[in-house]
Design a protein around this ligand. Structure first.
Ligand code: HEC
Length: 215
């Protein structure tokens, strides 16, 4: 091989190498692909990477927990405030006296209105007299408050009601209230075909009316 051929060979290699670099550089510019910051589908390669990703997925959940605690704490705050206000109230006896009175009124359901009770008694009228000792479908209720259950001599009570009376059931205001609220529950098997009164106020009023009707 002559010297010339050798030089030619070397030069062509250098040119080829230069060309390769130039073409690669150009290709990078022409076919530049912007890599997404995050791969669309993350494929964990090693177990370690998997663990890292799991941890990353759990992280937002961990961050939420303190936020919930914060809201819980925020909810607790207003709840705590009334307690503080209550503690302050003894300093204002005039204001405190009012709720106490209201509580008493609520605690005494028997404090009904006999006038209103007379109207409620319209629901009972079909079966009961309250102003005379005369039975209808049901026994007369004149003087029923304080009377023993099943005690009207000439009325044919159900066995259940008779038994209750023999057990010692007395029609106190409290017991009448319970009976009128749910007749079938208070005296199971009794024959009063009446669903009961839903409103506690109606019950209190009708009892006040019955109480006012004395022999
Ligand atoms: C559909 C008819 C009917 C209606 C309405 C009715 N009752 Fe009666 N009531 C009866 C009957 C019947 C008995 C007797 C039950 C028994 O013997 O099991 C009775 C029993 C009672 C007793 C027990 C009396 C006793 O001597 O032991 C009371 C109290 C009473 N009723 C109150 C009322 C009141 C108050 C109302 C209205 C809110 C009312 N009832 C509505 C039919 C009725």
């Amino acid at each position: 091989m002559s010297m010339r051929t050798l030089i030619n060979f070397a030069v062509s290699i250098v040119i080829t190498l230069v060309l390769i670099f130039v073409i690669r550089g150009l290709a990078n510019v022409i076919f530049a692909v912007e890599k997404p910051a995050k791969p669309a589908i993350a494929v964990p390669v090693t177990e370690e990477e998997e663990k890292k990703e799991e941890a990353a997925a759990q992280e937002p959940a961990k961050e939420e927990a303190p936020a919930e605690q914060k809201t819980a704490a925020a909810e607790q705050q207003p709840a705590a405030q009334p307690a503080e206000q209550q503690a302050e109230q003894p300093a204002q006896p005039a204001e405190q006296a009012q709720p106490a009175e209201q509580q008493q009124a609520a605690a005494a359901p028997a404090a009904g209105d006999p006038e209103a009770g007379k109207k409620v008694f319209n629901k009972c009228k079909a079966c009961h007299f309250a102003d005379k000792k005369k039975n209808k479908v049901g026994p007369y209720l004149l003087g029923v408050v304080g009377r023993k259950a099943g005690a009207v001599a000439d009325f044919k009570y159900s066995a259940a009601m008779k038994a209750k009376g023999e057990e010692g059931l007395v029609w106190t205001e409290e017991n009448i209230a319970k009976y009128l609220k749910a007749p079938k529950k208070f005296v199971p098997g009794n024959k009063m075909a009446f669903a009961g009164l839903k409103k506690d106020k109606d019950i209190a009023d009708v009892i006040a009316y019955l109480k006012s009707m004395k022999e």
